[in-house]
Design a protein around this ligand. Sequence first.
Ligand SMILES: [Zn+2]
Ligand SMILES: [Zn+2]
Length: 120
Amino acid sequence: MRMTSQRKKILDVLNQAKIPLTCDDIYLQIEDDKLNLSTVYRSLERFYVDKHVYKTIINQKQYYYIGHHHHFLVCLGCEKMIPVGCHIEGKEKAIGEPYGFQVTHHDMTLYGYCNLCQTH
Ligand SMILES: [Zn+2]
Ligand SMILES: [Zn+2]
């Protein structure tokens, strides 16, 4: 029972954030003395397997997000993360095929400067 409410808290944090969060971010936002970082991590990995959350790598760190598979434009100026659609979903198999490679998933983050951080 305890576990259920903790898992719900983790999903609530991700739902409210609307941006990807690291395991540490999520842990820090949950006020629960009985919750520890490894429980948060295990729950997130479980959610990932069950397709309740998605993962992406941003600045060499693992982030979790909710909703559907997509990618992010990450601003190097203000660190804003802008969600963008996936342009290679469905094409993955064809990319691996010439190499006899069976693609299972992909990860991609685009870095640069948002319209407010660009210098003219
Ligand atoms: Zn920016
Ligand atoms: Zn994608």
